[in-house]
Design a protein around this ligand. Structure first.
Ligand SMILES: NC(=O)CC[C@H](N)C(=O)O
Length: 402
């Protein structure tokens, strides 16, 4: 009986010993979970083996932007939308703002084989893009079972493998998954931050012109880069800022020497508490100098840590492009893009912090501002890419306040 309920909720758990020789022979791709369960499929994209935290993402489009988001470094994305690849891939939709930031998601899982592109913007098939990017993919899996498992039990550490010759060492993969370090306590931003400070030029995309040029004059905004998404930079430029990107290792003195009108603390991968060990001094120095600060996602979490709050690991995390978030001051609901596995514990926010946004999926904190300093912060991705543009105004509000 309990097995039936277990099977209904999580899907049947299959271990290596439950597989038939024919199934193993037919497979060129596999996912092994840390709990010993196995999912076989067809390999796609890059061949090889990777380990990472497996999360599910519910976006129906924008799969290139998702896998190119450096916040996904160290993670493998299971798309719940069955068809992936319909629009192919193109350079204009790149989300890495620097060369190191190209090391984003390490793996991808989808239900159907990757579709041939059917978009006038496609320059490459999605399969070719994955291969060029080093993203290992497995298709033909029961992604509903995998997703239900993640919903019930949380995001597991997994090993993903694509062997073109079909030679999959499932026992070795099971051991890799079992031994893989979890996301808590992992610092991943140093691998995806840009190596040197640089000005950023391009602004919002429009048809048929493509990307506009950012302004020549305008308030200078320094972006602390922990693996910043390019669309955050484009949106800041589109809102009228002259954007200067600095490595996440910059000190407060480095930042203040630029005489910024405002500072943005970027998104990024890994555990905010771990990155906070070297980033909080910089963030606190900027807040104390009275410079307006905007935090996004990892930046939001680290701003919360900088003012004395704590962050917690979420069970399933929020990954998708249709998450409802309530803006507490306006009462409006914004449908937003999300990608986070940690959250700010609202009960630990100090008395000079006012909660500004809340997730309508699970009530977790999605934003705060300080009442005595110009500090604003959101957990979701107001730059979208992919996703709805309901929160684009976050950038205009910030830049016009400078
Ligand atoms: N998109 C992000 O910045 C992610 C922040 C953090 N790594 C998390 O998973 O919660």
């Amino acid at each position: 009986m309990s097995d039936t309920i277990e099977n209904q909720v999580r899907g049947p758990k299959r271990r290596i010993e439950d597989l038939t020789a024919d199934e193993i022979k037919a497979a060129t791709g596999a996912i092994l979970l840390a709990d010993g369960s196995v999912f076989l499929g067809k390999g796609a994209g890059a061949s090889g083996i990777a380990t990472g935290e497996l999360c599910f993402n519910t976006a129906m489009t924008g799969h290139q932007e998702i896998l190119a988001d450096p916040s996904y470094a160290g993670q493998i994305v299971c798309f719940t939308f069955p068809h992936v690849g319909n629009v192919g891939a193109n350079v204009q939709d790149e989300e890495a703002a620097s060369e190191p930031a190209r090391k984003a998601a390490v793996g991808m899982v989808s239900r159907a084989p990757i579709t041939a592109p059917a978009s006038w913007r496609a320059e490459q098939s999605f399969d070719e893009w994955l291969a060029a990017r080093g993203v290992i993919a497995v298709t033909g899996l029961d992604t509903r079972t995998l997703t239900r498992r993640i919903r019930q039990d949380g995001m597991p550490m997994v090993a993903i493998a694509h062997a073109r010759d079909g030679k999959l060492d499932l026992d070795a993969l099971a051991k890799l998954a079992h031994d893989a370090p979890g996301m808590e306590g992992r610092e991943l931003t140093r691998a995806v931050t840009g190596a040197a400070a640089a000005d950023w030029q391009s602004a919002d995309w429009a048809w048929p012109e493509g990307y506009a040029q950012g302004p020549k004059d305008g308030p200078k905004v320094v972006v602390l880069d922990y693996g910043v998404k390019a669309n955050i930079l484009r949106r800041l430029a589109g809102a009228g800022a002259c954007v200067h990107v600095m490595p996440g290792s910059s000190t407060a003195q480095d930042v203040l020497a630029e005489k910024p009108a405002g500072v943005v603390v970027s998104n990024g991968p890994g555990d905010p508490a771990e990155t906070g060990k070297f980033a909080l001094d910089t963030i606190r120095g900027v807040i104390e100098a009275g410079i307006p600060v905007l935090g996004i996602c990892l930046g939001h979490q680290m701003l919360a840590l900088a003012v004395g709050a704590t962050t917690v690991k979420m069970t399933q995390g929020h990954h998708g492009a249709n998450h409802p978030v309530k803006n507490i001051s306006s009462g409006q609901v914004e449908i937003v893009s999300m990608n986070h596995g940690f959250a700010v514990d609202r009960d630990t926010l100090p008395t000079n912090a006012k909660e500004t946004h809340v997730s309508l999926f699970d009530g977790t904190n999605c934003g705060f501002m300080l009442t005595d300093k110009p500090v604003y912060s959101v957990q979701h991705h107001p730059e979208a890419s992919p996703g709805p543009q309901d929160s684009f105004a976050v950038f205009e509000t910030f830049v016009t306040s400078l």
